[in-house]
Write a protein of this length. Structure first.
Length: 94
């Protein structure tokens, strides 16, 4: 139940970041990190924890509030071990 709520929250926040209106693009030093830009990321790999091996799948987005200042959200799901794990990470980077 809790995992389902976290997944729903992650996708809701992800959709909110994607639906934010883009600001006018500026060409300059900031480039790909300029205000209004959105970066999307998909991850896949393996990991181990608690003596178990896992397949790790994730998705995330970062929205640049100002030139060089991004707020992001990333969700990971670890499967194949016991127990399955979920991780939701918020970030603020400059």
């Amino acid at each position: 139940m809790m995992r389902k709520a976290l997944v729903s929250l992650a996708f809701l926040l992800f959709a909110a970041i994607l639906s934010a209106p883009p600001a006018a693009a500026q060409v300059g030093v900031a480039g790909g990190f300029s205000q209004g830009r959105t970066h999307l990321v998909l991850t896949a790999g393996t990991g181990s924890a608690f003596g178990e091996d896992y397949l790790v799948l994730g998705a995330g987005a970062t929205y640049y509030l100002l030139d060089g200042l991004g707020a992001g959200l990333h969700y990971e799901y670890w499967s194949g071990g016991d127990p399955d794990l979920s991780k939701l990470t918020a970030s603020l980077q400059y």
